[in-house]
Write a new protein. Structure first.
Length: 164
């Protein structure tokens, strides 16, 4: 940033934080044979299974915010690695249900512990995981994630004459 610029935009900071987090998680879970995206899938699946759910790929996609096609691709790779099993839903033959294998549960527990430590490090400047600033930050992030966001087309009149 130059001296004359007003500083980074919130969008730029969100992107930088998301990138920093993805890279850190990728590095942290790599020794367990996982990527950040795979970790997101198995950790979510782990939590859902503990709550008694055997989600479909679609349900897991909705939960994680990942595209259904990407979840399908990740699930196939995780199945090949022996970490999850994919079965047809008896109530809907088009749907595929996912479950962690025993090996998948063990790897996921290890990965969750590693990522929790990483999260503690990230949140330390705010006072740690249980700090009031962290709770406020989490509330703000939740508000932003809950806000609908529809992309505008370049021809939209409301953005005519603006610079990116």
């Amino acid at each position: 940033m130059s001296k004359g610029s007003p500083g980074p935009t919130p969008g730029f900071l969100v992107w930088r934080l998301a990138t920093k987090w993805r890279v850190a998680v990728d590095r942290a879970v790599a020794p367990l044979g996982l990527t950040h995206a795979q970790y997101s899938l198995v950790a979510s699946l782990y939590g859902m299974q503990r709550a008694g759910e055997r989600p479909s790929q679609r349900r897991l996609a909705d939960h994680t915010g990942l595209e259904a096609l990407y979840v399908s691709k990740l699930a196939r790779a995780l199945e090949s690695a022996g970490l999850i099993e994919r079965t047809r839903d008896p109530r809907d033959p088009r749907a595929v249900q996912l479950a962690l294998t025993e090996q998948g549960q063990a790897v996921t527990r290890q990965a969750i512990a590693v990522v929790q430590e990483l999260l503690q490090q990230l949140l330390e400047p705010l006072g740690g995981l249980d700090a009031p600033r962290t709770r406020a930050f989490t509330d703000e992030l939740t508000t932003l994630l809950d806000a609908p966001l529809a992309p505008l087309s370049p021809n939209d009149e409301s953005i005519q004459g603006t610079t990116p």
